[in-house]
Design a protein around this ligand. Structure first.
Ligand code: ATP
Ligand code: MG
Length: 395
């Protein structure tokens, strides 16, 4: 069928043609927005789950809901590299400065707004570098120590009266939370904690890998109670079917029941795979009906695409020793292993593998679901690693 009409959207953070199976989270965020409008607090949300399940898409959805309610919205992404970490702070400061302009737009500035913007400016000068403009003097002695935890707290404290005046909230949307530098993470948690106690309209909304709840609690023990943690996972088969059928129906295209079964089954309900197979099936179908043969072909084509895009990026970033570790993990059928068993397979003592394991964790390829266990962050990565190991043997 016409490729230009293909509705499916395989790709990191791409909004799907139909956002299925996430209504409970969308409703929970709506409730947070509604409560804040009444000046009531509620725990914010942190999304966690494997790669490609739709965390970024859902975070963006929350962002739209927040924006619609007039919140000041700030977007940041955790970065692993050292330079990335510096960029994150700068970006945070600049985004806050940009968002804060909303306070003064279209109205005379109240004393509270003037005070808030002066502190935003001083925070921006401290962390944002040069080149952003607020035509005000920076506040002296506010948000200018250079210690992120102190300055962020003063910033939010000084923003609070202006935000309340306008019934707004400032929300920091942070993706890839597991990669946020520890100092900034600690500062955010501490300020969120303080905000809850003082009634400051400040909300951190986060998303990241399955390790995120553990990382947050390790940073500050009260983080456990600070958020409503939502695991985002594969879609149940009804919702997975809808992810394929609903967008097609809008274009007058149908799936044969057997075709749908084949595709949903192969995807395991994982959103990224549903979009990939859906896109391939659409391209292969001859007319407005997607048959079982199209579906089978789509899985082949989709897998070839995944094997040249989704998976290899992670594989390519692994060193030979780390790849051996992944291959040893792949002997376990369900993508999760005991670290001891992996070491035994590699024929070394357990502590001899810790370097490779830690490196793979920091690259976001694996995570530790619990002590002594290790698992792939990427659904179906195990099978890819096995295919890779077979290729390497042939080479
Ligand atoms: N609820 C959904 N229904 C259908 N498709 C979805 C849904 N959520 C996400 N997708 C699709 O899944 C793919 C992955 O989404 P996204 O990038 O948000 O995942 P992620 O969890 O952030 O992955 P990563 O951990 O790699 O950042 C995209 O192609 C997106 O269109
Ligand atoms: Mg993402």
């Amino acid at each position: 069928m016409h490729a230009e009409l293909n509705p499916y959207a395989p790709g990191a953070g791409l909004r799907p043609p139909e956002l299925v199976g996430r209504q409970p989270e969308v409703d929970a965020f709506d409730l947070l927005v509604a409560r804040s409008r009444r000046g009531q607090t509620a725990r914010s949300l942190v999304l966690h789950g494997l790669r490609g399940v739709g965390k970024t898409v859902l975070l963006n959805q929350f962002r739209v809901q927040a924006d619609r309610a007039g919140w000041l919205v700030v977007d940041v992404e955790g970065q692993t590299s050292d330079s990335g970490r510096q960029t994150t702070r700068r970006r945070l400061a600049r985004e806050i400065a940009l968002a804060a302009r909303r306070l003064s737009r279209g109205r005379a500035m109240s004393a509270a707004v003037l005070e808030a913007l002066a502190t935003v400016k001083s925070f921006g000068m401290q962390f944002g570098g040069l080149g952003f403009s607020i035509e005000l003097e920076a506040a002296v002695g506010r948000a200018d120590t250079g210690v992120i935890e102190i300055d962020l707290e003063e910033l939010v404290e000084d923003l609070a009266p202006a935000l309340r005046e306008q019934q707004r909230v400032i929300a920091l949307f942070i993706d890839e939370l597991q990669d946020l530098e520890p100092e900034l993470l600690g500062a955010l948690l501490s300020v969120q904690h303080r905000a809850g106690q003082r009634g400051w309209p400040f909300v951190v909304v986060g998303a990241g890998l399955p390790s995120v709840p553990g990382t947050l609690t390790a940073a500050k023990s009260y983080a456990e109670r600070l958020f409503d943690y939502r695991e985002i996972g594969s879609l149940p088969s009804g919702a997975a079917g809808d992810a394929l059928v609903v967008p097609a129906r809008r274009a007058g295209v149908t799936f044969d029941a057997s075709a749908l079964d084949v595709l949903v089954d192969a995807s395991g309900g994982y959103p990224y795979f549903l979009q990939t197979y859906g896109a391939a099936a659409w391209d292969l179908a001859e007319d407005r009906r997607i048959t079982e043969a199209d579906a089978i072909g789509a899985i082949d084509r989709g897998n070839a695409e995944l094997d040249s895009g989704f998976f290899p990026g992670r594989w390519a970033s692994a060193t030979p020793a780390e790849r051996q570790y992944l291959v040893a993990m792949s002997e376990d059928p369900d993508g999760e292993s005991s670290t001891g068993a992996v070491a035994t397979r590699l024929g070394v003592a357990a502590n001899a593998t810790s370097q490779a394991r830690h490196a793979l964790i920091s690259k976001g390829i694996v995570f530790a679901p619990q002590r002594g266990r290790i698992a792939f962050t990427v659904p179906h990565m195990r099978a890819f690693v096995r295919r890779q190991a077979d290729l390497d043997l042939v080479d």
